[in-house]
Write a protein that binds this ligand. Structure first.
Ligand SMILES: CC(C)(COP(=O)(O)OP(=O)(O)OC[C@H]1O[C@@H](n2cnc3c(N)ncnc32)[C@H](O)[C@@H]1OP(=O)(O)O)[C@@H](O)C(=O)NCCC(=O)NCCS
Length: 244
């Protein structure tokens, strides 16, 4: 407690919570209204996956799905920790507690098939947060990662993409897109784990977008109307297909 330099008329000044909220609310100025044209990815097994921005109203479905994985029985391939962290980030997004976050969902026949999120540190740097798929072995994780980076570089116009990896499978998918390493521990990712692995806008446009072997992961546009419509009738996956 610090004594004021002059007498103050009252001992306490209550604040309306709406006044406090103005200080607590995270900004979304860099992502607000920035549309991402949905796209279609065909898995190795032929399933049609729609990738699109999630709506905040869909958060309960995303959270319900992630919550199932927040359990020690999923301490395999780092699913437990990634589900827990993604859960917190999606919740923070809906409650305006994470600056300039965006969330991309993958949807198969109305079922949520994965979640990919990131946020903007500032107009030049996008910070990749998490990638998690509920159906493995179709290349879905890589296609979703391409979608969130594409949004950052091609719609939001960032100059750098900063990732870090928690799992060997996450690292493997990141390595599809050659990332360089920032000096560590001098430069740290906000997830606080391994070094920052980054790629630049120049890498994105002049290398990756031109690589033949990556083309399938970039998907196609437009998404046929019936598939797009179905993707907005979002429901949790009927089963978690995460065992290899
Ligand atoms: C990371 C993740 C999104 C990647 O998804 P994905 O790209 O669809 O990849 P999968 O998990 O299906 O793994 C496929 C890979 O497994 C490997 N694999 C599968 N079966 C295998 C086997 N029997 N032996 C060796 N490798 C095998 C292959 O290398 C395959 O890679 P390919 O797609 O290049 O052929 C997903 O694994 C996931 O959600 N993991 C949990 C959360 C997580 O770790 N997130 C990333 C945090 S950094």
């Amino acid at each position: 407690m610090v004594k004021p330099p002059v007498p103050i008329s009252v001992n306490e000044i209550p604040f309306k919570v709406e006044i406090l909220e103005a200080f607590l609310h995270s900004s979304e100025d860099l992502v607000a209204g920035k549309e991402y044209v949905p796209k279609l990815y065909t898995t190795r097994q032929g399933e049609k996956i729609v990738f699109r921005l999630a709506k905040k109203e869909e958060a309960p479905i995303i959270l319900e799905t992630l919550k199932k994985l927040i359990d020690p029985q999923y301490d395999k391939d780092l699913y437990h920790i990634v589900a827990a962290r993604t859960y917190a980030e999606v919740l923070a997004w809906t409650q305006a507690r994470y600056k300039d976050e965006y969330v991309i969902v993958g949807v198969h026949d109305g079922e949520l098939i994965g979640v990919w999120n990131a946020r903007l540190m500032n107009k030049d740097v996008a910070v990749s947060l998490h990638s998690i798929t509920f159906k493995r072995l179709g290349g879905i994780g890589t296609a979703g990662y391409a979608a969130k980076a594409e949004y950052a570089f091609e719609v939001l116009g960032v100059k750098e993409w900063w990732a870090t990896f928690e799992s060997p499978f996450g690292f493997r998918l990141g390595m599809y897109f050659r990332h360089f390493m920032k000096p560590y521990p001098e430069v740290q990712h906000e997830l606080g784990g391994s070094p920052v692995f980054y790629m630049t806008a120049d890498d994105w446009f002049n290398l990756h977008k031109k690589r033949e072997e990556l083309k399938p992961f970039f998907g196609t546009r437009p998404v046929p109307e019936d598939l797009l419509k179905k993707s907005y009738e979002l429901r949790p996956p009927s089963k978690l297909e995460i065992e290899l």
